[in-house]
Structures are given as C-alpha cells and as structure tokens.
Design a protein around this ligand. Structure first.
Ligand SMILES: [Zn+2]
Length: 373
C-alpha cells in the first residue's frame, strides 16, 4: 500500500459542447494563440475543415493544416513537433478521433508547453479531456502511457453534430470506455491507489465517475438509437458528455484498474486489432467484475446494458473465438506487466487470476446470452 495521503483533481480549464460548436472554435482559440497548427486526417477535414478554417480566420487566427498520419506513435509525434517548430505555430489543435487528439496534446507539451486543443469528432473515448496520451507501436500495440504532459488540454470542443453523424459504433464504443470508469474508480478508491492525476481521488471526481455510470444506464440506449438516425437529441448530448468529460475526469482523477490493464493485454494479440478501444475495455470490465467477486445481480446489470447497446461481452466478440490457453495467458501476462493499472486493484493480481477471470467471464456471458436471447 502506498503512503500518499493527498487528494488531487485535474481538469481542462474549458469544455465546450453542442451542435455547431465548431463554428465557435476561433473565438475560443484566439484566447490561446494567434497561429494554430491544425492536425486532422483527410476524412475529418472533408466535413469539418471548412467550418474550422472559417471560424479561425474570422477570429484572426492564422492556420497551418497538417494531415494526421493515422496513429499516435512516437514517430508521428516527432514529425508534428518538427512541423510546429518549422512554421512557428503557438497553439496546436487536434480535430478527429482519440489518436489525433492524443497526438496534438503530446505535441503541445513537447513544444515548450504551447496550448493544445482537443476537438473530437467522435465520442469513442475519453482521451480528449485527459492530461496523458496513449502511445502505440507502429504495429498498433499498446506501447506506453505518456504521463509527462502535466497539463490537460487548454480547450475541449465537441461539436455534437459530428458525433451524431459518425457511425453509431463510435458512441457505443465510447460507452464501453465510459462504463469502465465507475468500476475502476471504485476499485482504486478501495485500494487507495494513486490516480494519473498524482494523488488519491477526491469525492468530486468519484461523484463524476458515478454520474457517468448513471447517465449511461439512463440514456445509453436512447443515445445509440439517435446516433443510428444521425440526429442530435438531449440523450445524445448527455451520453457525449458522459463519454468525453465525465469519463475523462473520472478515470484521470480516480484511476484506472484491471479493466484497462486487461484492455492493454488484448492489444498484444493481433486478432483484436479490428476492435475499438471501448469494445475491448468492455470485456476487460466484465473480467474485472468477475475477478472482484461482484454479485451476480451487478454482473447481470452490466450484461443487460452491454446487450442493449451492442457492446461485446464474450471473447469471440473481440476476435478471440479461437484463442487457446497460450494466447489468453500471453494476454494475461501483458495485463499484469509491471506498472500496469491492473495493479491498482485492492488485492494482488497474478496472470493466473486474469486468465481465470477471462475464461469465467466469457462462459458466464455466453450462458447469459443464451438465456436472454
Ligand atoms: Zn479508455
């Protein structure tokens, strides 16, 4: 057990969300700098570029656009850092998915701490608000957490019209990432483990993690159906906020535990490559619940919700239908590597415990699916 007794909460100074919010990008960014390097891939630029460009120009912010290479890797970060220095930009904006915003945040930090802006166009992860980034290898496996950022993005701007226009799989995957927040926060508080924010959880952060879970339970299904119709509704707004803000503040200032550690283990298997972050996290959450000895009623609530919104709950549903004991053991070993958040659980976790939990979680979820159709 650690000897830290201080509580720490960190957050971005400004969060903006709504349909058409991209039109306000310039007015917010002009408070941070006058020359923005905008990182976005061509697909994102196709639907958001014109609005972003006009908004920045109207606010008197000069813009240099750079095409995102597709993955948040050290090579990509170094490339963008060189670009920022070359053009002399004094604010960096990432428009797109989790990897784009993580790259922009890392670049901002490395470039003498210039302000960074996250403008997610999907609600698939809680990356946009956090002060850390997930760095992947060139092959797409989890490499490491970049903890050195020390600072959340200066602005998080979410245009929910883009969130609604994205395939519904994104917001559903984000619900998987967000659903883990409360279970992991609870475990970290019980263990008195130190969160990414650098201290114990505040009651404020724990309340946000709990609110995140409640919001998903109340509005998750409605938000999914709205996303399928590509329309913005109050439920879609609420779930976007839960996936992006509540989950982000909750995990960062309460802590991650086995669900994300097991997710990182899954990324070690190339068979899970086609599945999104939150989809793999959801299977990790189920395994964490089993590992904790959670009551059947709690696990059934989790499974019912997952089925209703379409989140995976079996190994087959994340590409591991043919995974033998060896492959699962390799995943379990990666999930319990030194420094993994799996060790934030209130008890010691061995690879064998992760393996057993995965096998049991998978079998229980299959039986549950059979019973409930
Ligand atoms: Zn996550």
């Amino acid at each position: 057990m650690n000897t830290v007794t201080t509580r720490v909460l960190i957050s971005p100074p400004k969060y903006v969300q709504g349909a058409g919010a991209m039109r306000e990008l310039g007015q917010h960014v002009s408070q941070l700098g006058d020359h923005a390097l905008v990182l976005a891939d061509d697909g994102v630029w196709g639907f958001a570029g014109e609005t972003a460009e006009k908004s920045l120009a109207d606010a008197g912010v000069r813009m240099t656009r750079e095409t995102f290479g597709g993955k948040c890797t050290q090579v990509e970060i170094d490339r963008i850092v060189a670009r920022v220095r070359e053009v002399g930009a004094n604010v960096v904006i990432g428009i797109g998915g989790g990897m784009t915003v993580d790259t922009a945040k890392s670049v901002g930090f490395i470039c003498d701490g210039i302000p960074s802006v996250s403008a997610p166009t999907v609600a698939s992860t809680d990356a946009p608000t956090s002060a850390h980034a997930v760095i992947y290898t060139e092959d797409g496996a989890f490499d490491r957490y970049f903890f050195g950022l020390h600072r959340n993005p200066n602005l998080v701007l979410v245009d929910t019209a883009y969130i609604a226009n994205a395939p519904s799989r994104f917001i559903v995957s984000g619900m998987g990432d967000a659903l883990a927040t409360w279970y992991e926060a609870r475990a970290c508080v019980q263990a008195r483990s130190v969160a990414m924010a650098g201290g114990l959880a505040t009651d404020a952060a724990l309340s946000l993690a709990r609110l995140c879970w409640e919001t998903l339970m109340e509005y998750g299904v409605q938000a999914k159906t709205a996303a399928e119709q590509h329309v913005v509704t109050p439920a879609l707004e609420k779930v976007t906020e839960a996936n992006t803000l509540l989950s982000g503040l909750g995990f960062e200032s309460c802590g991650l535990a086995a669900a994300h550690g097991i997710h990182n283990g899954f990324t070690a298997s190339p068979n899970t490559g086609a599945f999104m972050h939150g989809e793999k996290v959801n299977m990790g959450t189920l395994a964490q619940l089993v590992m904790e000895g959670s009551p059947t009623e709690e696990i059934d609530t989790f499974l019912r919700f997952s089925h209703e919104v379409g989140l995976p709950t079996t190994l087959a549903e994340i590409g591991l239908a043919d995974a033998g004991r060896e492959e699962l053991l390799a995943i379990a070993r990666a999930a319990t590597a030194e420094g993994e958040t799996t060790h934030n659980m209130p008890f010691a976790v061995t690879p064998g415990m992760v393996l057993d939990s995965l096998v049991a979680a998978d079998a229980y979820a299959r039986a549950y699916a059979k019973k409930h159709g």
